[in-house]
Ligand binder design. Structure first.
Ligand code: KG4
Ligand code: ZN
Length: 414
């Protein structure tokens, strides 16, 4: 089964072409996947100017980047076939394409040019991450996927963004480019179910229990800001650039390496750490950082203590997360065998190390995505698509006209 996967949920435009074989299905997962093509174009540097993702800019960039990304991924997969003028797509299809892309006229123009030059690749399905994410960004990808499926007469399936993150932890640490170049199959991690998953991204903070593939139960979530969002907001308060996660992490690591003792007054709350539920709240933590930063500024100490504040912020987040995970483990009806950590924040060095230690102490196998696949990309959703198709068969497919951007699509919802 060969799938072309499209990702445009936020500020990354990504396309991959992947292949799995029936014989590699072990009942709950594929042991291998072949990456035929993969490209990722991050807009982060453009959004940095605005201090966060600017929706209309994200939409414009996806419109600009999708066709070049498609050409690149197809070329890598050796599926970019030049056609003669008489092989061009039918007139009726062009009219249909115009309808699908009526709100993305520039994308329509680019795609028409593409279809005039290149033929249908040898793939079996199109998958699109239709949510959760930023609605204007999602719509561009959704309509692009619908256009390709219609033009090439291919079935289409939807993948949930958070589900994609979950499967990112199935990938080992590997060199994507050389795997593509050398046509090597990637041997996936062997995850044992049930798995407890910690999903931390810019929009989500969730503890999810996975009994078996596609069977998700959300045990807890944030009541306000997501962890990644808190990192981004705190970074802004400290005058650091977007995305804030890596910046805070860098400062915090510097502080730790300096060997300095944290001043007594640099102390932040651990919100909801005592509560019995498994929910989180991070907006109060951000406000506490604001007050602390104001106090330090008044005392003309902020510049000197920024690294200590970043360090204390990371410790506060880590304390809350580990405490809630411990509570989650204790509350499970059937014990978990694995701990998965995914979402953009899973790039965080301190949390990776802390969770690895936590997993060891609790006799769980620990899986996290390779750093290259911790943020949004088109390989994680590819794996989710292959698994969805394997488990659900043709029930995974949707009618082209029924697919919409689902900015609030909850994990586990149909
Ligand atoms: O999953 P993702 O790439 O996009 C969303 O789906 O939201 O996650 C992005 C988030 C941002 O908030 C970013 O600051 C955070 O992940 N992030 C990090 C690190 N790298 C990225 N947070 C903490 N430490 C990092 N090293
Ligand atoms: Zn994400």
């Amino acid at each position: 089964m060969r799938i072309l996967n499209i990702e445009s949920t936020c500020d990354e435009t990504a396309i991959s072409i992947t292949e799995t074989n029936e014989s590699d299905w072990g009942g709950a997962q594929f042991s291998k996947i072949k990456i035929l093509g993969d490209t990722l174009n991050s807009q982060a540097a453009l959004h940095a100017e605005f201090g966060g993702v600017y929706p209309s800019l994200a939409k414009r960039e996806h419109i600009k980047n999708l066709v070049p990304a498609l050409e690149f991924a197809l070329a890598q997969a050796r599926m970019l076939y030049r056609i003669s003028p008489e092989q061009k797509i039918e007139k009726e299809k062009i009219a249909e394409l115009a309808k699908i892309l009526e709100r993305e006229k520039e994308l329509f123009a680019r795609l028409i040019l593409f279809f005039a030059q290149y033929g249908r690749p040898n793939i079996d399905a199109i998958s699109i991450v239709s949510g959760p994410g930023l609605a204007p960004a999602l719509w561009v990808g959704v309509n692009f996927a619908r256009a390709l499926a219609m033009a090439w007469d291919l079935p289409i399936l939807e993948v949930n963004h958070m589900e994609g993150h979950i499967y990112s932890s199935f990938f080992p640490d590997f060199d994507i480019d050389s795997a593509i170049k050398n046509e090597e199959e990637v041997t996936l991690n062997k995850i044992q179910y049930p798995a407890l998953t910690l999903l931390l991204s810019g929009g989500h903070t969730e503890i999810v229990y996975i009994k078996e593939p596609l069977n998700y139960k959300k045990l807890g979530q944030t009541l306000d800001d997501a962890v990644g969002e808190a990192y981004d907001k705190v970074a802004r308060l400290l005058g650091l650039s977007y995305p804030g996660g890596p910046e805070i992490s860098r400062l915090s690591d510097n502080f730790e390496k300096s060997g300095r003792k944290k001043p007594e007054d640099i102390k932040l709350p651990r919100p909801k750490i005592q509560d019995y539920d498994l929910d989180f709240s991070f907006s109060g933590l951000k406000t506490a950082v604001l007050r602390l930063a104001q106090k330090l500024e008044e005392e003309k100490r902020l510049e000197k203590e920024k690294e200590a504040v970043a360090y204390e912020f990371e410790l506060a987040v880590q304390d809350v997360i580990l405490t809630k995970l411990k509570k989650a483990l204790e509350a499970l009806e059937e014990p978990a065998k694995s701990l998965l950590f995914a979402g953009g924040v899973s790039a965080n060095r301190r949390l990776r190390d802390a969770l690895e230690k936590f997993a060891k102490e609790n006799k769980l196998s620990f899986f996290k995505p390779p750093l290259k696949l911790s943020g949004d990309n088109a390989l994680m959703s590819a794996l989710a698509a292959h698994i969805r198709l394997k488990v659900l068969n043709s029930k995974a497919y949707r009618n082209i006209e029924d697919i919409e951007a689902r900015s609030n699509w909850a994990l586990g919802e149909d």
